[in-house]
Design a protein around this ligand. Structure first.
Ligand code: SF4
Length: 144
């Protein structure tokens, strides 16, 4: 099947710090016969790499460590990756855990202190709202 995947999990250095988060179990999905469609909602939404780290606030906005509100870029990126998922016919996404855009189930609390709270990143939330199943990389092994 076609699976939408966070590009950083496939070795693309698109994270805020200019690095990737290559994940062997996610890459192994290819060997199982799945087609992986890489997306990076932060970069596709118009942010540069590297960029200041950002966290979702409790009111839903996304603000970077310098205090700049980057919610619009996150929302734009979420729409772009949703369109990609629809065009490609992806019903499943494997996205980077705890990211303010890709995180699913838990994200940082917006205080830049490493505290996690229940919640989704902006793109993960948008995909779920559209009926696409979202898993984190630690759940990649569960995909048949
Ligand atoms: Fe990775 Fe998603 Fe962050 Fe892009 S937005 S670097 S794909 S976690």
């Amino acid at each position: 099947m076609k699976i939408l995947v966070s590009a950083c999990l496939l070795g693309v250095p698109c994270r805020y710090d200019g690095k990737s988060k290559k994940h062997p179990e996610v890459e192994a999905l290819r060997a199982q016969g799945h087609e992986l469609i890489p997306v990076c909602p932060e970069v596709q939404g118009g942010l540069s790499t590297p960029r200041p780290p950002a966290e979702r606030q409790r009111d839903g906005r996304v603000v970077n460590r310098e205090g700049t509100d980057v919610t619009a870029q996150y929302q734009a990126g979420a729409e772009i990756v949703l369109n990609t998922a629809r065009e490609q016919g992806c019903e499943l996404a494997v996205l980077k855990e705890r990211s303010p855009s890709c995180g699913s189930g838990e994200i940082y609390d917006g205080t830049f202190t490493g505290q996690l709270i229940p919640g989704d990143g902006v793109a993960a939330q948008r995909l779920r709202q559209a009926g696409i199943k979202v898993l984190g990389e630690s759940q990649a092994e569960t995909i048949q």
